[in-house]
Design a binder for this molecule. Structure first.
Ligand SMILES: *Cc1c(COP(=O)(O)O)cnc(C)c1O
Length: 386
C-alpha cells in the first residue's frame, strides 16, 4: 500500500521538498488530546527540535500543546508561532547566557537544568534581572532504552543530566539560592522507543526517587518524563497515528503521581513523524555491474537520518505502478553514505518519476544542511496544495 499524494500539484513544484499531510497531523494531535485528556494531571508539550517549520508549529500550537525547546532559537520559533511563554520549557546541556536571558525575559515555565554550573549561572542572570527562575533538574536515571546507540540519552555514560546520587545535593544547593525556585524533576531516556517496558523502567526509577525525596520532606509539583515514543517506520500507511493510548496508560498505571503533581510529556517524533514525506525526483537510473541505482535529486543534506543513524524509511514511486524492480536509492551528494535505502523494491522507475520517502516529518527538514552548496528543501502543507 502506498500513500496518497496530490501528484499533479507536486509535479509543478521544485524538488526536493517536504510534504506535510495536515490530516495525519491533525488526527495525531486529536488522538493526543483525547488520550492524555483521560488523565487530569497530564500536560503535553511538543519537542520543537523534531520539526520547527512555522506552518507545522502553528497547527501544533492551535491544538493546545506546550513547547519543549532546546535552544534560544527554538524559544523564538515557539513564541513566534504563538505558544504562550507560560507553556514553554527549556532543556539542553549547554545553554548559553543569551539563551538563558531570553528565557528569563519571556518568563518561561521552567528551565530543565542539567548541571550545577548551569544552575549557578541561571541564579546569577536571574538576580541581575531581579527575577526568580523556575527550575527542574534533569536527572540521568541510568535507564537504557532499546533503541539506536546514538539516540539513547538516559544511561550513566551519556552526557545528559545530573547523576541520581547527586540529586539531593543539587536540590539542597538550589534551595539556598535566591533567584531560582526548584519545582521538580525532568527525565528523557531516548528516542524511537517502541517497547513500553522502557517507559515502565523509567516510572519505577522515578517512584524510587520520589520516595527518597519524600523521606527528606522535599515536595515537588512538577515531574517531566520527556519524550521518546517511536513511530512505525515500516508501515506509515497502516499505522499513521502512534499508540498514544498505550503510551499514556503506561504512565498512568506505573507512575505513582501525587495528587498535587502534574506530569509533563515532551513528544517530538510521535507528533510529526508520520505526517511528513520527502518528495524527490528521479534524475537517473544507472545500471551498475551488480545492481541498479535510482539516483534522486534529494540527498543526505535533505534527510540525514539514513546516513546518521542507519535509519529505515519506506520509499515509494508515487508516479508509476509499473512492475516492481530492485534498486539502491541514492542521492547526489559526494559521500558514500548518501544512500536512502539498499535493495529497495520499487515500481520500476524512469527519469522524472516522483519518489516519496515516508515518515520524514521528524528530524527531517529541520536537520537539512547546505553541504555541497545545495539549497534547503521547502516545506508544503497538503492544505496549501488543494
Ligand atoms: C529530543 C527530546 C525530546 C523529544 O524526543 P522524541 O523522541 O522526538 O519524542 C524530548 N525531550 C528532550 C529533553 C529532548 O532532548
Amino acid at each position: 500500500m502506498k500513500g496518497v499524494f496530490p501528484i499533479d500539484k507536486l509535479e509543478a513544484l521544485r524538488t526536493p521538498l517536504y510534504y506535510y499531510d495536515t490530516r495525519v497531523l491533525r488526527d495525531t494531535l486529536a488522538c493526543i488530546r483525547t488520550e492524555a485528556g483521560r488523565y487530569e494531571n497530564f500536560v503535553v508539550h511538543y519537542a520543537v527540535k523534531a520539526n520547527a517549520n512555522p506552518k507545522v508549529l502553528t497547527i501544533i500550537r492551535e491544538s493546545g500543546l506546550g513547547a519543549d525547546c532546546v535552544s534560544g532559537g527554538e524559544i523564538q520559533a515557539a513564541i513566534k508561532a504563538g505558544f504562550p511563554a507560560g507553556r514553554v520549557v527549556f532543556a539542553g546541556v549547554g545553554k548559553a547566557d543569551w539563551e538563558i536571558n531570553l528565557g528569563l525575559d519571556y518568563d518561561i515555565a521552567c528551565f530543565n537544568v542539567e548541571s550545577i554550573p548551569e544552575l549557578e549561572v541561571i541564579n546569577q542572570l536571574a538576580a541581575a534581572k531581579g527575577k526568580v527562575a523556575r527550575v527542574a533538574f534533569r536527572i540521568n536515571p541510568d535507564v537504557g532504552a532499546h533503541t539506536h546507540a546514538n539516540i539513547t540519552t538516559g544511561l550513566a555514560e551519556n552526557k545528559f543530566g545530573i547523576a541520581m546520587d547527586d540529586m539531593e545535593r543539587v536540590i539542597a544547593l538550589a534551595r539556598q539560592m535566591e533567584h531560582v525556585r526548584f519545582i521538580g524533576l525532568h527525565f528523557h531516556i531516548g528516542s524511537q522507543i517502541l517497547d513500553m517496558g522502557d517507559f515502565v523502567a523509567l516510572c519505577n526509577r522515578i517512584n524510587e526517587l520520589q520516595d527518597k525525596l519524600e523521606a527528606h520532606r522535599i515536595r515537588i509539583e512538577y515531574v517531566n518524563v520527556g519524550g521518546g515514543l517511536g513511530i512505525d517506520y515500516q508501515h506509515p500507511n497502516r499505522q499513521p497515528v502512534p499508540d498514544f493510548k498505550a503510551y499514556f496508560k503506561t504512565y498512568a498505571d506505573h507512575l505513582k503521581l501525587r495528587s498535587y503533581q502534574t506530569l509533563h510529556f515532551e513528544l517530538g517524533r510521535a507528533v510529526v513523524g508520520q505526517c511528513g514525506s520527502l518528495i524527490a525526483r528521479v534524475l537517473y537510473v544507472k545500471q551498475g555491474t551488480k545492481k541498479q541505482f535510482a539516483i534522486l535529486d534529494a540527498g543526505m543534506t535533505d534527510l540525514i537520518r539514513p546516513a546518521l543513524y542507519q535509519a529505515y524509511h519506506k520509499i515509494e514511486n508515487i508516479t508509476s505502478d509499473a512492475p516492481v524492480q530492485t534498486y539502491d536509492v541514492v542521492g547526489p551528494v559526494c559521500e558514500s553514505s548518501d544512500v536512502f535505502g539498499k535493495a529497495v523494491d520499487l515500481n520500476a522507475v524512469s527519469r522524472g518519476d516522483l519518489i516519496a520517502i515516508r515518515s520524514a516529518g521528524a528530524y527531517g527538514e529541520i536537520m537539512a544542511s547546505q553541504y555541497n552548496c545545495r539549497e534547503l528543501p521547502q516545506g508544503y502543507l497538503s492544505d496549501e496544495l488543494v
